[in-house]
Design a protein around this ligand. Structure first.
Ligand code: FA5
Ligand code: MG
Length: 429
């Protein structure tokens, strides 16, 4: 039921969370924690893909109009380049611009909330170019030069100075320089990440920024306004839902917090936010003002709202999925067309120096596409005599749309086994 009271736990879990790793790209830290050197070798796959995608977008820096993005602009012969064809094929899809798609429905509902609360105040940018400089993605946000999120294990690099944006915060500084005081940015973002029902290498975020009037200088009041605004949004979207605030860390906000919502028996993180670092505001907008900023995970909100159990479904072109949603209707609940059984396949190997879980996931995604549901580490040990470490991963295959044959899965699994040896240098056990 919508529009009932939102139940947000007042007490923050500050102490429990104070020692968490930096939450910007927190899952990155998970994958990187035991890795010192990072591979730049990226698997390339041979199936034929379109060489161009039309991307309706505007580059702020160049005011470039709708343009066509060429494969050769994105997948380059540069040692730093780690963009795969699977990722390139998503560029320019712009799911958030389809009014009947769950992501388009959520976008409109969020914008409607801001319009209702403050008519005409927030300007929405929904076609900013997803290829940005490392200055936009990191430097201008004060992300330290050794921060994990800069690693090519975590971020898709086109070349040394160009990346596929890993968050919509990449546009904050330039919009501030253009003197926008209150704005929302929605767009596709790209991250090398683990594989499960709530993580996908391409997803959508909405950024929000609000600058306060000159007289309003109290950081605590800014933070309270931010929390009130986002709790109001949760209530607007979900009505009665259980949510909680947890302390977080982002280099570009202080203090920083994250909002989690209870969904399918677990706390799901849906957004990060905080009071904007004064330096960012002073150097891009002008001195003497205060601001807040947030970044929402659009898929996560849509999963909760529409009861969508798996993030891969957003990419489905299956009518049985798409037909379940209507523009402007927040009340649909997803009904699975039928339940297809999962098929688990384990693979064990001695890892190599350049092995990382993100590289493994990307390799598997490249071969199996969206029939891979989850990749999880189920066993790990080190043989001190050999000085080698073994990992066993369980790969869960399941299509959301059809049943898979044993033959198809065995063929995919054989290819996975052989490509990880060639490209990730592991030794099968
Ligand atoms: C950020 O990306 C910050 N830029 C957010 C922010 C903006 C903080 C402005 C402060 C001020 P984070 O890495 O936590 O933070 O991601 C934000 C949200 O994106 C998460 O809460 C989650 O909802 C979503 N998200 C993150 N990774 C994935 C993924 N792999 N798949 C789907 N959604 C994801
Ligand atoms: Mg986070």
């Amino acid at each position: 039921m919508r529009h009932a009271a939102v139940r947000c736990q007042a007490a923050q879990l500050s102490h429990a969370r104070a020692t968490r790793p930096p939450s910007l790209l927190r899952s990155y830290a998970r994958a990187l924690s035991s890795v010192s050197s990072v591979s730049t070798t990226t698997p390339r796959f041979a199936w034929v893909l379109p060489q161009h995608h039309t991307v309706a977008c505007r580059s702020l820096a160049t005011s470039r109009p709708a343009s066509t993005i060429a494969r050769s602009d994105i997948i380059r012969d540069n040692p730093k380049n780690n963009v795969t064809d699977t990722i390139f094929s998503k560029l320019g899809t712009n799911l958030h611009q389809r009014p009947e798609h769950p992501l388009g429905i959520i976008k409109s509902a969020i914008f409607e909330y801001f319009e209702q609360s403050d008519p005409g105040k927030f300007k929405l940018f929904e076609d900013l170019y997803p290829v940005v400089t490392t200055a936009q993605n990191f430097d201008e946000l004060l992300i330290p030069s050794d921060h994990v999120s800069r690693s090519d294990n975590d971020t898709y690099y086109v070349d040394e100075n160009t990346v596929l944006r890993c968050h919509t915060s990449a546009h904050q500084a330039e919009l501030l320089r253009e003197k926008h005081e209150n704005f929302l940015v929605i767009g596709d973002v790209y991250r090398r990440d683990t594989i499960d029902a709530t993580h996908y290498p391409v997803f959508h975020q909405m950024e929000g920024v609000k600058i306060f009037d000159e007289g309003e200088q109290d950081v605590e009041a800014v933070r309270e306004d931010l929390k009130r605004t986002l709790e109001g949004l949760a209530k607007h979207l979900f009505g009665d839902v259980e949510c909680r605030w947890v302390d977080a860390y982002f280099p570009f906000t202080d203090p920083s917090i994250e909002l989690e919502i209870f969904f399918n028996g677990e706390w799901l993180e849906v957004l990060g936010c905080g009071v904007m670092q004064q330096k960012i505001l002073d150097s891009n907008f002008g001195e003497g003002r205060k601001a807040w900023a947030f970044g929402l995970g659009i898929e996560r909100l849509a999963m909760i709202l529409f009861d969508i159990p798996d993030i891969r479904l957003f990419w489905s072109e299956d009518e049985r999925f798409l037909k379940q949603f209507k523009a402007g209707d927040l009340s649909s609940k997803f009904k699975s067309f039928s339940k297809f059984p999962p098929c688990n396949k384990d693979v064990s190997f001695w890892i190599s120096d350049q092995f990382t879980e993100n590289n493994l996931c990307e390799t598997i995604r490249g071969i199996a596409g969206d029939i891979v549901e989850e990749v999880k580490l189920i066993d790990e040990f080190t043989n001190p005599k050999k000085g080698k470490t073994s990992h066993c991963y369980r790969i869960v295959y399941r299509s959301m749309e059809r049943s898979l044959t044993d033959e198809e899965i065995n063929d995919v699994q054989d290819r996975v086994r052989s490509v990880i040896v060639d490209d990730l240098g592991v030794e099968l056990r």
